[in-house]
Each structure stands twice: as structure tokens, then as C-alpha cells.
Ligand binder design. Structure first.
Ligand SMILES: [Zn+2]
Length: 306
């Protein structure tokens, strides 16, 4: 009798284990181009999907190496989530080509570009040429820097996950809704803290923070790059110094994957100017683990607290 009941419980255990591994196998494999999209997907899906980002938070998202190991990851993916708007134009197409996974090719259900689902800023007017630097016809692609647009992106991701995995569609939708309300709530707090800081104008290195600054009504009267993607020249730095003095700009935020030494000269020339190096992506610094932390870090940098 005893042996039989032991056998029975062993069988039950084996069955449980096989069910568990079965459900693990059924999980969707999601690959995102940047860690912000990974974090948003995690908020939407919890542990219902496996999600990994190719790019790291300390990397300039325009320039990521198309490594063979990334092609292997995409080869096994059910869904590839990118920004689009040409953010990843220099590296994602070759990863997709090398991955040989037809279900994640552009235009397929396994390929989601979220950038086009939010209202763009800085859409160029008229003809653009290489001489204008990295100007993108669909507008500035750094859309995840706005907490409200991040919520819209979450809803877009939830809808696509629901199409690929209908039994969990309601859970994805609920995950996105929870993120939207949390970020909406926090944005009110971030907004009042920024108002209280007295900061109204910020110089940045690249136009990475455009959506964040626009959301919180901060002006961005100067950029250290003379043109998007073109490193600062000494002539341009002199112009920025002049402008910073004239307009009494008190803060420079330098995205932490750019060279912060260019700010040394500006700090010397403009008394009272603060230059802060900031993480502008999830995993961009220790403690920046999810999308909320990116905005919180930026607000703290503006407030002057670390
Ligand atoms: Zn950019």
C-alpha cells in the first residue's frame, strides 16, 4: 500500500513537472531593441513572457553592434519590439536578416514597431539631407523618455502580445493599464517637483530628452551637438556658452554614454552652471531598473539632489 501511494505521488510530481515545463515552453520569447522597451514589456506581461533587450542602457541606441549572438536570440524570438522611426536603422535590419526567422520580419505579426503609435515631435519640414546630421523623417525617435507616451507604447505592446497569445490577452491589457495609471499619477508628482526646482531651461548633449522636456514644459534652447549625431566642435561650444550666459541657463544634462568633458569648458565660462551626467535608459546606471527609475533620475538631476 505504502509503495503504491509513493508511486502515485511520484507520478503526480512527474505530471506537475511536465505541466510546468510545458507552460514554460509555451511562453512567448520577446526581444526588444532597447532596455526601455524591455521594461515596458515586463510591466505589461509580468512573467507570462520571456523578454530580453539587445541594446544596453549605457549604449547610444543609434549605434549598436549587429553581433551574431543577437541574430541567434532573434532566431528564437516570437516577437521583436523596436521603436522604428529609424532609431535602429543602422543595426536592426542586419540582425533581422542574419536571424533567418521569417515570423519576425518587418510587416509580420512577430515584428512590432511602437514609435509610429505615438505623437512624434521634431518631424522635419521640407527636404532633409545627410548634411543635417541624423535627422529622421518620422521625427525624433527617443519616444520612451516621455512617461505618458511610454504608457501608450505599453498598450500597443499589450495588444500585440494578446494577438500572439489570446488566452492571456486580458492580463496583458491589465498590465498595460496598471502602468498607464501609475505613470500618469507619478507624472503629476514629477511635474510639481520640476516646477518647484525653478529650472525652466536645460541644455543637453543630444536630442535624447526632447519628449521628457516637452512633457514637463522645459525648454531645450541649446544642444552640445551642432547637429544630431555630430560631436561638439569648439566653435559650436562657444555659441552655446554665449547663449547660456544670455539666457541664464543653469543646467546641462549630459546623457551618460556621451563624453562629459565637453561641459568642463562651459562650466568654467558660465558661473553657477550645473552639469549633471544622467542615465537616459533603463539599466543606464545602477538602480535604474525599470522605466519609472529613468524619469525619477532625471527629475532628481533637475532638482539638484542625487
Ligand atoms: Zn537620437
Amino acid at each position: 500500500m505504502k509503495t503504491q501511494s509513493t508511486l502515485k505521488s511520484l507520478l503526480a510530481l512527474a505530471l506537475l513537472a511536465s505541466v510546468a515545463s510545458g507552460s514554460a515552453e509555451a511562453k512567448l520569447n520577446v526581444i526588444t531593441t532597447i532596455p526601455d522597451l524591455r521594461s515596458i514589456t515586463e510591466e505589461v506581461a509580468g512573467d507570462l513572457v520571456n523578454v530580453e533587450s539587445l541594446g544596453r542602457g549605457t549604449q547610444d541606441p543609434h549605434y549598436i553592434e549587429a553581433k551574431p549572438s543577437y541574430m541567434l536570440k532573434v532566431n528564437k524570438a516570437d516577437l521583436v519590439i523596436s521603436i522604428g522611426m529609424e532609431l535602429e536603422i543602422g543595426w536592426l535590419p542586419s540582425i533581422l536578416a542574419g536571424a533567418r526567422n521569417p515570423k519576425v520580419n518587418a510587416g509580420e505579426k512577430g515584428n512590432l514597431e511602437v514609435g509610429s503609435s505615438v505623437e512624434p515631435l521634431e518631424v522635419p519640414k521640407g527636404n532633409i539631407s545627410r548634411a543635417d546630421g541624423d535627422v529622421h523623417p518620422a521625427g525624433n525617435p527617443h519616444v520612451t523618455l516621455d512617461p505618458i507616451r511610454a504608457g501608450e507604447i505599453a498598450q500597443k505592446i499589450a495588444a500585440r502580445l494578446g494577438e500572439l497569445d489570446p488566452p492571456n490577452a486580458a492580463k496583458y491589457e491589465a498590465g498595460a493599464k496598471a502602468l498607464v495609471s501609475r505613470l500618469t499619477e507619478k507624472s503629476r508628482d514629477w511635474d510639481s517637483r520640476i516646477r518647484k526646482s525653478g529650472v525652466t531651461q536645460v541644455i543637453t548633449y543630444h536630442k535624447t530628452l526632447t519628449y521628457f522636456l516637452d512633457r514637463f514644459k522645459l525648454e531645450n534652447p541649446a544642444i552640445l551637438e551642432p547637429k544630431p549625431g555630430i560631436p561638439p566642435t569648439s566653435g559650436h561650444i562657444i555659441d552655446v556658452i554665449k547663449l547660456a550666459k544670455e539666457k541664464k541657463i543653469g543646467l546641462v544634462l549630459v546623457e551618460n554614454y556621451f563624453d562629459p568633458t565637453v561641459t568642463t569648458k562651459i562650466k568654467q565660462e558660465v558661473p553657477g552652471l550645473r552639469a549633471v551626467t544622467v542615465a537616459v535608459a533603463v539599466d543606464g546606471a545602477p538602480g535604474v531598473k525599470k522605466i519609472d527609475d529613468v524619469y525619477e533620475g532625471l527629475v532628481k538631476a533637475i532638482e539638484g539632489s542625487k
